[in-house]
Design a protein around this ligand. Structure first.
Ligand SMILES: Nc1ncnc2c1ncn2[C@@H]1O[C@H](COP(=O)(O)OP(=O)(O)O)[C@@H](O)[C@H]1O
Ligand SMILES: [Mg+2]
Length: 252
């Protein structure tokens, strides 16, 4: 684990009189890895698959290729605080481990609820701030270049998966071209820690924002293939499971 966020080491002695041992993210990573190895979920850890805004994702060896995601939510904030103040209260320190663990739990629960009805990575195991899931082959939508005739069908596939997720009770709430994989078999939506239940007070606003972000990306990248769209009506169709194609929502 070549994280450069902190000097390597499982435990880092605190400053001060008392010998307090502070658990670093590397230590927490090692504990989660140890648990996965004991449970025989993983046989070894491989190359990084991606560094996201709030995670580190590695390939892992097992009975089939899997992905290991270490959640880092709360840590970026912690680093900002820490730059200004050499000393950080233990309470804040505890809070980022807790925040990351909660995020991993939420993501795992959501994957379990959605798989296999919705095209998401198959959840395999979780421990502390880490989850193990199926490794998805493909490229992020942001890095893919679609042929003109593929543009509407791929957007329709994504919206159909969002409708299926809504039907299962979830809004993703962070939909973007960076959280979708595209391959010859279709699309996979990943990165679910912030998903909300459909009856959340902002559920429908978040769904509409997800629809706007997704359609907006296609419009910017493929302006000749996608017309202006009535996103409110489209989001409504996604929520009521009556969605068929974005073409029906083109504004003339
Ligand atoms: N199941 C997976 N299989 C292969 N690569 C993955 C998988 N999950 C995540 N990744 C890679 O790791 C990156 C970060 O993962 P993501 O879940 O989006 O976390 P973040 O919240 O940090 O954005 C992704 O952009 C992707 O490249
Ligand atoms: Mg992401």
């Amino acid at each position: 684990m070549g994280s450069s966020r902190k000097a390597p080491g499982v435990f880092e002695p605190d400053r001060g009189e008392r010998r307090v041992f502070r658990l670093t993210f590397e230590g927490y990573d090692a504990l989660a890895l140890h648990t996965f190895a004991e449970r025989e979920t993983i046989e070894g850890i491989g190359a990084p698959l991606g560094v996201g805004k709030e995670s580190d994702v590695y390939e892992v060896r097992s009975y089939k290729p899997l992905a290991l995601k270490f959640h880092r939510e709360g840590y970026t904030e912690f680093r900002e605080v820490n730059r200004e103040r050499e000393y950080t209260a233990d309470r804040e320190h505890v809070s980022w481990l807790y925040t990351a663990r909660k995020a991993a739990e939420r993501e795992y629960e959501t994957l379990e609820a959605l798989y296999p009805t919705v095209s998401v990575p198959q959840p395999i195991d979780h421990n502390r701030h880490a989850i193990i899931m199926e490794r998805i082959d493909g490229v992020e939508l942001a890095r893919s270049k679609l042929e003109a005739e593929q543009v509407v069908p791929v957007l329709d596939l994504i919206l159909a998966e969002m409708a299926a997720a809504y039907d299962e009770g979830y809004v993703h709430a962070d939909m973007s071209e960076y959280n979708i994989f595209v391959n010859s078999e279709g699309i996979t939506i990943f990165d679910w820690p912030q998903a909300v239940p459909v009856d959340h007070e902002n559920g429908d606003d978040l769904l509409e924002r997800d629809v706007e972000n997704t359609v907006g990306y296609f419009q910017r990248k493929y302006p000749h293939s996608i017309a202006d769209v009535d996103t409110a009506a489209l989001a409504d169709a996604v929520a009521t499971d009556s969605f068929e194609s974005v073409r029906e929502f083109a504004e003339s």
